[in-house]
Design a protein. Structure first.
Length: 195
């Protein structure tokens, strides 16, 4: 993240996103594929890291080997095979939605994962229970731990969508977009930006 100053002199916290250039590698239609979608590829990679089916698929659109391919449904514009999508499509949109995989934090206890406060001080026989979850709540009926109980487990590493992030600035020469606030994922991870 970084920050820039607005025209009024306010300091706005921003995240810099590289958006595109993306190449349209396939236009799926109802007649041929059974559904309408747009397949888009991003970020070049070496030819030796691609297999032959991938190379043949990309040759139809005239694109070089790409690292990431995604499908989008319900697109607004009529795109053709081989078209290049740049950050300029977000020029007139004041807000965007960003989805990505959050940072993984591994197996965590209930205090870090759910914000539990532990069982209190070390007096009254509490020896090593400071960060324990405490009672699970079930008695002789139903004699089991109920589903959905907040317990220790893997934290992070899940898909999250942040909606209505304000577009602060678009820099088309470098395919950069500045959005107000933070987006899911670590630095350098792949995200999806939607109108």
């Amino acid at each position: 993240m970084t920050s820039i100053f607005s025209a009024e002199g306010k300091n706005i916290p921003c995240t810099v996103l590289q958006v595109g250039p993306c190449v349209v590698t396939q236009v799926k239609t109802e007649e041929k594929d059974g559904y309408k979608a747009l397949q888009v590829a991003f970020q070049d990679k070496k030819e030796k890291h691609s297999n032959k089916p991938e190379m043949g698929h990309l040759k139809k659109s005239g694109a070089t080997p790409k690292r990431v391919m995604r499908e989008f449904f319900g697109y607004r514009k009529d795109w053709q095979l081989g078209d290049t999508i740049t950050v300029e499509i977000f020029n007139e949109d004041p807000f965007v939605d960003v989805s990505g995989i959050t940072k993984g934090k591994g197996f965590q206890g209930v205090i870090k994962r759910h914000g539990f406060s532990g069982v209190g001080g070390t007096t009254h026989g509490q020896h090593d229970r400071l960060r324990a979850p405490g009672s699970m709540g079930a008695s002789s009926y139903p004699s089991r731990v109920l589903k959905g109980m907040r317990m220790a487990g893997q934290t992070g590493n899940r898909k999250v969508k942040v909606i209505n992030l304000q577009v602060v600035k678009v820099i088309p020469e470098q395919n950069l977009m500045l959005v107000k606030g933070s987006v899911p994922g670590a630095n350098g991870s792949y995200i999806i930006v939607e109108k």
